[in-house]
Ligand binder design. Structure first.
Ligand code: 13P
Length: 234
């Protein structure tokens, strides 16, 4: 079983989501398929797909205009929430401390947080990839989580770029993340790879050691592209 998680980012419509649900209905897969969609599209049901959001408030309720809390997400039937995506870290200045708070709120409401980590091109060029992702894992994961979190390794420079790290680079990053999680008492936490995953490269990527699935951006938007990814991830 692999995780195949789609991140629609700020794309799509409820009609497009219903089309995806209809077209995936009845496909045979052992994989755990999740779609993280904009807040406004939550509330749909599917036998194949579980749903998630792409962000959550650090608060449970109150005067936080524009925010959506974990308990509100759970009430829609959502089971997952992406936290600390690089686009949130970049455009909304989310720090590891904020990401950790968000993950904690998600867990309190029974949601599985998909906590994203990944280096920038500058950090990669400076040879800091492993230090950066180790620190991000250590600081973004709430204390006392025993299970029910997922980590996604998303090298920022490869997101939406049509390029991926080499298999060796992915293997090294995932090994270091697995070791860090083990040190934190979180052996067995699923670690997903994300950034420029498509139907052509997914088979090779999920074959890499310590890669428990994929987090897919633009290739998750269309059934013609997403279904082959679901079927090829083994
Ligand atoms: P792309 O698959 O479009 O590169 O996006 C990856 C991503 O950011 C998923 O969260």
């Amino acid at each position: 079983m692999k995780f195949v998680v789609g991140n629609w980012k700020m794309n799509g419509t409820r009609e497009k989501l219903r089309e995806m649900i209809n077209k995936t209905n009845g496909i045979k897969t052992e994989n755990k398929v999740v779609l993280c969609v904009p807040f406004t599209m939550l509330g749909e049901k599917s036998d194949i797909i579980a749903f998630g959001a792409q962000d959550v408030s650090t608060h449970d309720h109150g005067a936080y205009t524009g925010d959506v809390s974990a308990s509100m997400l759970a009430a829609t039937g959502a089971k997952y929430v992406i936290v600390g995506h690089s686009e949130r870290r970049m455009y909304h200045n989310e720090t590891n401390d904020i990401v950790r708070e968000k993950a904690a709120r998600a867990l309190e409401s029974g949601l599985t947080p998909i906590i994203c980590v990944g280096e920038t091109m500058d950090e990669k060029r400076a040879g800091k990839t492993l230090d950066v992702i180790t620190a991000m894992v250590r600081e973004s994961v709430p204390a006392d989580v025993h299970d029910k979190i997922i980590i996604a390794y998303e090298p920022r420079w490869a997101i939406g770029a049509g390029i991926t790290p080499t298999a060796e680079e992915i293997a090294t990053a995932h090994r270091v993340i697995a070791e860090t999680l083990s040190y934190m008492g979180l052996d067995g936490t699923p670690i997903l790879y994300g950034a420029s995953v498509n139907a052509t490269n997914v088979t090779d990527i999920v074959a890499i050691k310590n890669v428990d699935g994929v987090l897919v951006g633009c290739a998750s938007l269309k059934p013609d592209e997403f279904i082959p990814i679901i079927e090829s991830a083994r």
